[in-house]
Design a protein around this ligand. Structure first.
Ligand code: GDP
Ligand code: IMO
Ligand code: MG
Length: 431
């Protein structure tokens, strides 16, 4: 039995969805524990592409349970669309496959309006959010004026809960932001059926997971976003509004830390970032453009072009520390085929000092110049390779150098977007 957490080790979009899907056959339950539909997790199965925003990436495996934990914020309309889309493609036939925590908070229309209005107010210093209302939803949860999804189980009570929320937030929208108030009757009427349809999934997921653990089942926790987007440990304020680190898997799912056996970080063989904020190894030249083009680096949620740069061992070591990572999965190795040399950042230069840790202050991080080491490239294609020993020598050397610089073992190497295009050196469920 093993319970495994998977988190992004960079700024999101590391290929977590693919790695989760790859490991799902070894798990019994897959659990999302934070974030919302700011996430976009892509799976490619026999040429067909699926992008998950809220439902755990394990849902395509019909014998696995999928949990949306208490730490997730849920836009009910987006969730319902995702459910319908899966069903229309012949997946998720058994409704018992999905369990949603009664404690998860709803994203309501005010959240999206405030997200957009605040970004406009911030002008040049905007965060570059996904515009999905994520930050404002978590703010209202902490302010204790949010509405939990469990509220939809009783329609009369739900109306009272929504009224309490709408009264406060409509005042804010009109008096502070100069926006129009959102009509509660209109909102309620347009969502009534969705709320009714979602009722069957709502339950006490903390209790369910506890029972699964006691029955010796394997849990797989699916992190969203990435370590450098963590509210405390990321590049604040250019972060998301939840804790993306492994420690939050327990809080966001309602289980204790003593049940966790392994934490795997997912990193690309290079680095990308969407939205604003410092990115020391960013390439604003033709090599960056080449990586973007070869790696199809456009956001799964918003379609925005991703900023691209070299692999940064400083941020990886930071991710290893703040998550307690016990292994890595390196994705998109194939994207570096035929690029020579390949650079790896080993540290930063700040004036006359060498820095080996990520500074908390983004003003300082922005001034850091990456120190690179050149590694020789390799010739592709490599997507048909299934064993580490069959990789080109220089590709093996790249992985070994990542392991040396970060002080961690690479368990999985992804060499293409398809489920099968993977090299599994070690499996956290079989140890
Ligand atoms: P996530 O948010 O961490 O799940 O990552 P995204 O799905 O947003 O972005 C990763 C993208 O890379 C997706 O389009 C994946 O299909 C794709 N991908 C994942 N692993 C590989 C790989 O090894 N090679 C290539 N070429 N694409 C990959
Ligand atoms: P997955 O799970 C990459 C980024 C946004 C923005 C910042 C704050 O697919 O890896 P938010 O809407 O959360 O308030 O935006 O965080 N961001 C992501 N970047 N992948 C994601 O999710 C992201 N979710 C949020 O671009 O910079
Ligand atoms: Mg993504």
């Amino acid at each position: 039995m093993a319970n495994v957490i998977i988190v992004g080790a960079q700024w999101g979009d590391e290929g977590k969805g693919k790695i989760i899907d790859l490991l799902t056959p070894f798990a019994d339950v897959v659990i999302r524990f934070q974030g919302g539909n700011n996430a976009g997790h892509t799976l490619v199965i026999k040429g067909e592409k699926f992008i998950f925003h809220l439902i755990p990436s394990g849902i395509l495996h019909p014998d696995k349970s999928c949990v949306i934990g208490n730490g997730v914020v849920i836009d009910p309309h987006v969730l319902w669309e995702e459910i319908l889309n899966l069903k229309s493609h012949g997946y998720f036939e058994n409704d018992n496959q999905l369990l949603i925590s009664e404690e998860a908070h709803l994203i309501l229309p005010h959240h999206r309006i405030i997200d957009g209005a605040r970004e406009r107010m911030l002008k040049d210093s905007k965060i570059g959010t996904t515009g999905r209302g994520i930050g404002p939803a978590y703010e209202d949860k902490a302010a204790r004026i949010g509405v939990r999804i469990g509220g939809i189980l009783d329609e009369d009570e739900l109306l009272l809960k929504l009224k309490r929320f709408f009264d406060i937030k409509n005042k804010f929208l009109t008096a502070v932001l100069g926006e129009e108030a959102v009509s509660l009757p209109k909102y309620f009427e347009s969502h009534r059926e969705i709320f009714f349809n979602l009722r069957k999934y709502i339950t006490n997921t903390s209790l369910f997971l506890y029972q699964q653990i006691k029955a010796g089942k394997n849990l797989l926790f699916e992190g969203a976003q990435g370590s450098l987007l963590d509210l405390d440990h990321g590049t604040y304020p250019y972060v998301t509004s939840s804790h993306t680190v492994a420690g939050n898997a327990c809080c966001g799912a309602g289980i204790g830390p003593t049940y966790i056996d392994h934490v795997m970080g997912v990193s690309k063989a290079y680095t990308t970032r969407v939205g604003s904020g410092p990115f020391p190894t960013e390439l604003k030249d033709e090599v960056g453009d080449l990586i973007r083009e070869k790696g199809a680096e456009f956001g799964s949620t918003t379609g925005r072009p991703r900023r691209c740069g070299w692999f940064d061992s400083v941020i990886l070591r930071h991710a290893i520390r703040i998550n307690g990572l016990t292994s890595l999965a390196i994705t998109k190795m194939d994207v570096l085929n035929d690029i020579d040399p390949i650079k790896i950042c080993t540290g930063y230069r700040l004036e006359d000092k060498i820095i080996t840790e990520v500074p908390a202050d983004i003003g300082i991080l922005s001034k850091c110049e990456p120190i690179y080491e050149d590694l020789p490239g390799w010739k592709g294609p490599i997507s048909d390779i299934r064993s580490f020993s069959d990789l080109p020598e220089n590709a093996k050397r790249f992985i070994e150098r990542v392991e040396e610089l970060c002080g961690i073992e690479v368990f999985i190497i992804s060499v293409g977007s398809e489920r099968e295009e993977s090299i599994i050196k070690a499996n956290p469920f079989i140890m």
